[in-house]
Design a protein around this ligand. Structure first.
Ligand SMILES: [Zn+2]
Length: 181
């Protein structure tokens, strides 16, 4: 018995459907040309918040939805693929979305964080991952992406904050055009 048993049964039905009709021809060019970086919090599922279906978006999730070196590397890779494999295609837009009541806020609690970083993680780096005010950290992370030379300047970057109580996504950093960089 596993919690996945029912999910696998659901998958049987999914696989029996029309897969090809729902998938983009080129996987790094999702149907809606959007790439979303956000938190792993199950309340913050972009598919539910934005009405996305299979193949609509690239979604990267980690604790807090922070722009870490791993997130930047993935973005640089997709950016590179776009430039080299589909140079004439339209570009996707990127959004970083942080949210209220984020569990990453516990990284700011010294006692909790120290107990964790004793297991072999850098204390200062971990403390910097805390999302206490989504509007503040989203702006920081958008700046981090703009400052990364490996990422095409043709990607528009937006910063969102999501309120888990109201369900409202607000724009903190409006989509930045190439010329603004
Ligand atoms: Zn979170």
């Amino acid at each position: 018995m596993s919690n996945f048993d029912e999910l696998l049964r659901n998958n049987d039905r999914f696989a029996a459907g029309d897969l090809k009709g729902r998938q983009p021809a080129i996987p790094f060019l999702p149907h809606r040309q959007v790439y979303i970086v956000t938190c792993i919090d199950p309340r913050v599922d972009p598919a539910a918040l934005f009405g996305l279906g299979l193949g609509d978006a690239i979604v990267a999730r980690n604790v807090g939805g922070r722009v870490t070196p791993a997130v930047l590397q993935d973005l640089a890779w997709i950016s590179y693929l776009h430039e080299t494999k589909t140079p004439d295609a339209e570009w996707f837009e990127l959004a970083v979305m942080h949210h209220t009541d984020c569990g990453s806020g516990l990284f700011a609690d010294d006692r909790t964080r120290h107990g964790f970083t004793e297991r072999g993680f850098d204390d200062a780096e971990t403390a910097a991952l805390a999302v206490l005010d989504p509007a503040v950290t989203v702006a920081l992370d958008v700046r981090k992406i703009r400052g990364a030379s490996q990422i095409s300047s043709r990607i528009k970057v937006t910063g969102f904050a999501y309120d888990v109580k109201t369900g409202i996504v607000s724009t903190v950093v409006p989509p930045t055009e190439e010329a603004d960089r």
